[in-house]
Design a protein around this ligand. Structure first.
Ligand code: KIV
Length: 267
């Protein structure tokens, strides 16, 4: 097994020009598969709300649910860095609440870092969490917990003023002491500018090829979730089709009486 991925190692990867591969995981089985395959970071994302719970936004996902999924993923992880995504209302109300809730991801969930959406307005919160010893991954651009402010899942940073705000947000995340930052749903040249200006690694999703790393929702890239497919998602396999075919074969064999056969029976 290659060496355990740590927070300092992720920061060094940018300095060494090594790209960082990140995928989401919400349970033991998936975490094990991705970890064995050599993923650098496993993100227990609040996208669990969409791909596991079937909700139409991440807003209803609770802290207890996130800690439950983080704990499950932690059991399947050996090498990757495990990051828990702080859900809506778990860090915005007060810095004190944010500190306690961030700490729970480590003490109860087995995470090694937390992710927080938002830039400048989150500076003090990021600082406070980092000060208590919890590494923070930032997240700016199209931040899904602010979906109602944006009026939908729309690419952000399309005009000068919006671009400048996102740059300020990214700089604030770095100033707060975050070890990395997700750039979501922004034009690739803006992501390139931010990646050049920051010393911490940028992890892109719908932010082009110039970021220091890339993240995708695992159910999207494996072709398990097909309710909607954003332009930035690349499907590496059609697991929904493969699973559907296997289930159809099982149904047919049960119905015709060919399963279980002698090989799958006890004597
Ligand atoms: O919730 C999530 O999965 C995320 C990533 C896609 C960045 O925030």
């Amino acid at each position: 097994m290659a060496e355990k991925v740590t927070v300092p190692e992720i920061v060094k990867m940018k300095q060494a020009g090594r790209k960082i591969a990140v995928l989401t995981a919400y349970d033991y089985c998936f975490a094990r598969i991705l970890d064995d395959a050599g993923i650098d970071i496993l993100l227990v994302g609040d996208s669990v709300g969409s791909v596991i719970q079937g909700r139409d936004s991440t807003l209803p996902v609770t802290l207890e649910e996130m800690i439950y999924h983080t704990r499950a993923a932690a059991r399947g992880r050996k090498r990757a860095l495990l990051v828990g995504d702080m859900p809506f209302l778990s860090y915005q109300v007060s810095v004190e609440e944010a500190k306690r809730n961030a700490g729970r991801f480590l003490s109860e969930g087995g995470a090694e870092a937390v992710k927080i959406e938002g830039g400048e307005p989150m500076l003090k919160t990021i600082e406070a969490i980092v000060e208590m010893g919890v590494p923070v991954m930032g997240h700016v651009g199209l931040t899904p917990q602010s979906i109602h402010r944006f009026g939908g899942y729309k690419v952000q940073g399309k005009n000068k003023e919006a671009r400048e705000r996102i740059v300020r947000d990214a700089l604030a995340v770095e100033e707060g002491g975050a070890f990395s930052i997700v750039l979501e749903g922004i034009p690739l040249d803006l992501a390139e500018e931010i990646t050049k200006r920051l010393s911490i690694p940028t992890i892109g999703i719908g932010a082009g090829m110039h970021c220091d790393g890339q993240v995708l929702v695992v159910h999207d890239m494996l072709g398990l979730f097909d309710m909607y497919t954003p332009k930035f998602v690349k499907r590496y396999v059609d697991l929904k089709g493969i699973m559907g075919d296997a289930v159809k074969r099982f149904i047919a064999e049960v119905r015709e009486g060919s399963f279980p056969d002698d090989e799958h029976s006890f004597h």
